[in-house]
Structures are given as structure tokens and as C-alpha cells.
Design a protein around this ligand. Structure first.
Ligand SMILES: Nc1nc2c(ncn2[C@@H]2O[C@H](COP(=O)(O)OP(=O)(O)OP(=O)(O)O)[C@@H](O)[C@H]2O)c(=O)[nH]1
Ligand SMILES: [Mg+2]
Length: 462
């Protein structure tokens, strides 16, 4: 026990001396967390050399000397696969890093020269930055911690819109089940599998608000009974006292037990270990992807985000702070993949992000947590150009699609507010996914990653 204690103590001292930060990169599945982390590590490693970080004062002033990966804090957690991500980006043709399937960590030591060298410690300083990456699917288990089985079941609305179709098999399987009946083990596993299939189909169709996260990416839990539960529809019509009095072998009691086990033994440890304490946070949102996918998906993203931000809720009532007491000093919210639209659309994109997060932003302001909203591209995959269109200059993008076709296009206008019904009927968005640009030895091109870095760590580099 001595070793971890000593390490914790050193960490504490370093943190006290403002030389250590833990940054939480938060985002739903496919929001761009891994791309952000890869580019962040890459840019900081090449700071002072080829990296273009003009909007980060320490870099602009030539004081940022670079960064090195060092042994991370928790040796039991895999290391963030930076080299693998870079190898994919440098492949020919370049590829995006793989979707994340488990947790990983990385510790970066940044060297810089302070603006005013102190009396002790020479004229260079070090800032240790702890980062971690995980599958976005697991993030939505955080709001699940705030529920009991009955309220969670009620919160899963699966009988409307497109979800009704995606979950049709599961709905048929649970229809007519009585909470009081005893259901055989194999049958439970089968219904749970139908539920997992529904979740997978919904993810495939672009929905974001999907729980439980481990059903989508079970990792080492594949096939374990703890993953064999599902919400029970219609519980609101059953008397609470009757539910509470049902015998342990009843369907209701069995599912509720598994739900609690999932909360206590899977979700809680994950958050305790990785989100327990962090100083700064960036929330990444693929706003453009949701706009492209249409009103129902956009609505779904909005719901998922507000549930998520409620759990992080930076005020006193927060679920996370009640559970683990994190102390967050500042937050960035970023619309990712901004290179999917032409540069003059970046401002409305940030406006739309703020509209999407209006409620949590209000809470943050109230809790006096400094927030900054921006749009960025961690790894820019397009070039902005202009063409003559009917006698006018028209901004366009040039990029290469995943199947290798190089195109010029104007993807569309981003509404600066939450889109109304009219927008959805009028708007034509064209959003192919692009291949990363070949970098030919250059640093990874980005849009405003330096602004995000300045907000998140710049004050520690003065
Ligand atoms: N054009 C563009 N595409 C991006 C950018 N960042 C991410 N993407 C695209 O978004 C996809 C998902 O990005 P990831 O970084 O893997 O997302 P993630 O949040 O780590 O996703 P999970 O690991 O599944 O939770 C990538 O494969 C790219 O296609 C960007 O800066 N520009
Ligand atoms: Mg990832």
C-alpha cells in the first residue's frame, strides 16, 4: 500500500504547486474525443518546432518547449494508443483512428519557460497533464446512476417515432409480461439480447441517447448476467407498494437487482476511478453530424446532452459531485469537425452549440464555473476555397471522401439557433465524411485547437 500512497501524495503536492492538471475530454460516441486527444498530444509534442499554435500565447511567444509522454499514474490501465492513431493518420491513404473500445490513459509532461523566471528552479518549468480516453457509449451510463430501476424504465421512451421500429422485436418480446411472474433465465437473456440489438440498430441509425452503454460495448462483460436486464414498460400503471412487495424471484425484482448491480459494480467504479477528480473539462459535440442526420436525431442528441450535463451539473446538487466530489475549475464546450463547413459558418455553429446547451450553460454560470464555447477541428480534413458562382464569390470546401473521390462543395448554412420545422424542410445539407489530409511530414492541420488549449491550460503556462 505504500507505493500508491506515496504517488498520491506526490501528485497532491504537484497539484498544490499548480504543476499538474487532469483534463477530462467528454463526448458521446463518435464526437471526436480520440481525434482531439491525438491532435493535442501531437501539437504539444511539436510545439516550438513545426506546430502551428499561434493562438496559444506560450507557443506564440516561443516559450513552449515541447512535451513528452511519461509513465502514467495508473499502471493498471492501458496507455492511450497515440502511436497507433498516428500510424493510421500517416497511412496511405490516411485513415481515422479506430473507435475506442476501452479505457486508456496518458501522462504528458509539458516544458515551458515562464514569462518571468523565478528565483528557484532555473528558467524552465514543467506542467504535467493527465488525459484519459474511453468509449463514448459508456458516458451515458452516468445519468443512469441517478435512477432506480422503475424511474429508469419510465425514462426509456421506445414506443414513438423511429425508435419504435428499431426496438420492435424487443417490444414484442416484453409485451404482456407481468412484473410479478417468474421468467426463466434463458428467456431473460433472450429478451435482453433483443434490447441490445435495438440499441445497436439505434446507434447505427445515428441516435445518441442510448443506455446502458455496456450493452453496446460490453468489453469483458460479454454474456454476463449483469448485462441481462432491460427496462420494463408500463410500470407507471403498477402500484409502487405492490412492486416493492414482489418476491425476489419475480421478473421485476430480478431486473431491478441486476440494474442495481450494474450501477454499483460497473458504472460507479468506472466514474470513481476516472472521473473522480479532474480540474478542467472539454465537452465535445458533433453538432454538424446531428444536423446532417435530421430532426429526430438532433432532438435525441439534445436530450442526451442535457441528461449528461445534468449529471455533471456543476452546482451543488450534482450527481457526480455528490458521489465523488470533483472540483472543476473551468470548462470548454466545442462543436467538433468544424472543417465540415466553410469558415464563415463557424460562428453560427458556435451559436447553435450554445443554444443546444443553453440550460446547462445557465447552471454553469450560476455555479460560477468559467465556460468558453467554440467550434474546432482537431484534425482538419478539408481546405477552404472560393469559386465564382453566378458572378459571386462562393466559399467552398475541398476534400477527399472516404472512397477516394476529391470534391469541391458547399455543405450548407448552419442555423445559429435551434432549428425549427421550417429549417428541416428547407435545408439541404451535404456532408460526406472526409479522409484525413495526407500530412507529408507536416504537423496535423487543425482549426482552433490552439484556442481550446489556451483556454484549458494556457493560464498554467505563464
Ligand atoms: N473532418 C473531421 N472529421 C473528424 C474530426 N474529428 C473526428 N472526425 C470524424 O469523426 C470520427 C469519430 O472521431 P473519434 O475521435 O474516433 O470519436 P470518439 O469520440 O473517440 O468516438 P468513440 O471512441 O467511438 O467514443 C472520426 O473517425 C472521423 O471520421 C475532425 O477534426 N475533422
Ligand atoms: Mg474514441
Amino acid at each position: 500500500m505504500r507505493q500508491p500512497l506515496t504517488r498520491e501524495l506526490t501528485d497532491l503536492l504537484e497539484r498544490g504547486r499548480d504543476r499538474q492538471l487532469r483534463l477530462a475530454v467528454t463526448g458521446l460516441s463518435r464526437s471526436g474525443k480520440t481525434a482531439f486527444l491525438t491532435s493535442l498530444v501531437h501539437q504539444l509534442r511539436h510545439a516550438g518546432l513545426a506546430a502551428r499554435l499561434d493562438l496559444l500565447p506560450a507557443a506564440r511567444e516561443g516559450r513552449l518547449l515541447g512535451a513528452r509522454r511519461v509513465e502514467q499514474q495508473d499502471l493498471g490501465v492501458p496507455r492511450f494508443p497515440y502511436d497507433r492513431a498516428m500510424a493510421a493518420l500517416d497511412d496511405s491513404p490516411p485513415r481515422w483512428p479506430e473507435p475506442t473500445r476501452g479505457i486508456s490513459e496518458l501522462r504528458l509532461v509539458i516544458r515551458y519557460r515562464p514569462r518571468r523566471p523565478g528565483w528557484v528552479g532555473g528558467d524552465t518549468r514543467r506542467l504535467t497533464l493527465d488525459l484519459f480516453d474511453y468509449p463514448g457509449e459508456w458516458l451515458l451510463d452516468l445519468p443512469l446512476l441517478g435512477h432506480d430501476f422503475a424511474s429508469w424504465s419510465r425514462a426509456q421512451v421506445l414506443d414513438r417515432g423511429e425508435r419504435a421500429t428499431l426496438f420492435a422485436d424487443w417490444r414484442q418480446a416484453v409485451a404482456g409480461l407481468d412484473p410479478a411472474e417468474t421468467v426463466e433465465e434463458g428467456r431473460l437473456a433472450e429478451i435482453a439480447e433483443r434490447y441490445a440489438e435495438g440499441l445497436r440498430a439505434a446507434r447505427e441509425a445515428g441516435f445518441a441517447d442510448l443506455q446502458p452503454g455496456r450493452f453496446l460495448l460490453p468489453g469483458e462483460l460479454e454474456g454476463a448476467p449483469v448485462l441481462q436486464f432491460f427496462p420494463l414498460p408500463g410500470l407507471e400503471r403498477v402500484d409502487q407498494a405492490r412492486l416493492a412487495g414482489l418476491p425476489p424471484e419475480s421478473l421485476y425484482a430480478t431486473l431491478a437487482r441486476r440494474f442495481r448491480h450494474y450501477q454499483q459494480h460497473i458504472v460507479k467504479p468506472f466514474y470513481r476511478e476516472h472521473f473522480r477528480r479532474f480540474d478542467r473539462q472539454i465537452v465535445l459535440v458533433d453538432v454538424l453530424g446531428a444536423l446532417d442526420a435530421g430532426p429526430e436525431r438532433f432532438e435525441d442528441l439534445s436530450r442526451a446532452l442535457s441528461r449528461l450535463m445534468q449529471s455533471f451539473d456543476y452546482g451543488r446538487r450534482s450527481l457526480l459531485s455528490r458521489l465523488f466530489a470533483p472540483r472543476i475549475e473551468r470548462l470548454a464546450i466545442a462543436a467538433t469537425k468544424a472543417d465540415h463547413v466553410t469558415p464563415e459558418q463557424h460562428e453560427p455553429l458556435t451559436g447553435l452549440l450554445e443554444a443546444l446547451l443553453a440550460e446547462p450553460l445557465q447552471d454553469l454560470r450560476f455555479a460560477d464555473v468559467p465556460v468558453r464555447a467554440l467550434s474546432l477541428a482537431s484534425i482538419r480534413a478539408t481546405e477552404a476555397r472560393e469559386v465564382d458562382h453566378q458572378g459571386r464569390r462562393q466559399p467552398v470546401l475541398r476534400g477527399t471522401t472516404l472512397d477516394g473521390e476529391t470534391t469541391l462543395l458547399f455543405p450548407g448554412e448552419v442555423p445559429a439557433r435551434l432549428p425549427d420545422a421550417d429549417f428541416w424542410t428547407r435545408q439541404g445539407f451535404e456532408f460526406p465524411a472526409f479522409r484525413p489530409l495526407p500530412r507529408d511530414g507536416d504537423t496535423l492541420p487543425h482549426i482552433r485547437l490552439d484556442v481550446a488549449l489556451d483556454w484549458l491550460i494556457g493560464d498554467k503556462l505563464t
